[in-house]
Design a binder for this molecule. Structure first.
Ligand code: 5RP
Length: 292
């Protein structure tokens, strides 16, 4: 059993060396996966840019009707043409989202938290693999709580979903949760993202941080960056830009789109950064031009 004594601090991230196991598939770490897995990953990550704009509206699974998501049926459908993937619960999708939409599906499969509970770190796998298949999920999202009281149970959840996903060729998205007592440092995110990848998650969702490029280099699967709490549109576009510049395979943005004054225009501006090489300043100008 490895012990913590004598573990040296990692320092050589080879930032100038591209990922050496890429092969000819556009998703990091997926070259040895089977056709079905690659098909689902291709429904998430654009084959030309290798990136994705995930639009997250799964907040209701523990926040209820949060600001901006009071009416899923009104807010979500207009965004379909501007985001690549819905990050959502089965309840929201089945009740409010037309199955004719072409968007990929990142299906939230764990639950058990609520805003009434101080400790969000104890969840369960609520959606079984059969329903993920029925929903045509392109990945299954599992909340993990590294360093929190719920670490073991959340990693058990992750393993169960990865095992089922491998049986049926559906990727798993390991979600790095950051509890209120956790440190949003590169040291924490290097640990958390790498653990999820080593356990077999095909995609990891995390947060932008200092030395983010090192976090990306040390993680052998793609990292998508959560938007986090609402920022100004200008700052949110800078967050997206810095994430992409740092090597993120995309963003998974919720509140910074659905709590924007102009969600559709904001989604279009995010897309410019992720897929079309816009700088944050160019994307913000694009956003301003759209709304005026
Ligand atoms: C909420 C989530 C969201 O998917 C994730 O945090 C992205 O949303 P936002 O950009 O609003 O943080 O995990 O449970």
């Amino acid at each position: 059993m490895a012990d913590k004594e004598g573990l040296k601090t990692a320092k050589d991230y080879g930032l100038d060396t591209p990922f050496q196991a890429q092969g000819d598939f556009h998703v990091k770490g997926a070259n040895n996966l089977d056709w079905g897995m690659k098909k689902h990953l291709s429904n998430i990550f654009d084959a030309k840019t290798g990136k994705t704009v995930m639009f997250a509206f799964d907040h209701g699974y523990f926040m209820g009707s949060t600001a901006g998501l009071e009416r899923l049926d009104i807010v979500i459908p207009p965004l379909a043409d501007y985001v690549d993937v819905w990050m959502a619960t089965r309840g929201a999708l089945r009740s409010c989202i037309p199955p004719s939409a072409k968007n990929g599906v990142a299906l939230r499969v764990t639950s058990g938290s609520s805003m009434l509970d101080d400790d969000l770190s104890h969840e369960t796998v609520a959606v079984d693999i059969e329903d993920a298949i029925r929903m045509n999920a392109d990945c299954m999202a599992v909340q993990t709580f590294i360093g929190a009281d719920g670490q073991l149970s959340s990693l058990e959840n992750l393993s169960r979903v990865i095992n089922a996903g491998l049986r049926y060729s559906i990727p798993t998205l390991g979600v790095v949760a950051v509890g209120k007592d956790m440190e949003r440092t590169d040291r924490f995110f290097k640990l958390a993202t790498r653990i999820l990848a080593e356990m077999g998650a095909q995609i990891v969702k995390s947060y932008y941080c200092d030395h983010f490029d090192e976090v990306v280099a040390a993680c052998p699967v793609p990292i998508v960056v959560a938007g986090g709490k609402k920022l100004s549109e200008e700052d949110a576009l800078t967050l997206a830009y810095n994430s992409i510049q740092g090597g993120a395979a995309g963003v998974d943005m919720g509140r910074n789109i659905f709590q924007s004054e102009h969600p559709v225009e904001m989604a279009q501006a995010v897309r410019k950064v992720v897929h079309e090489g816009f700088t944050d300043k160019e994307a913000y100008q694009f956003y301003q031009d759209l709304i005026h």
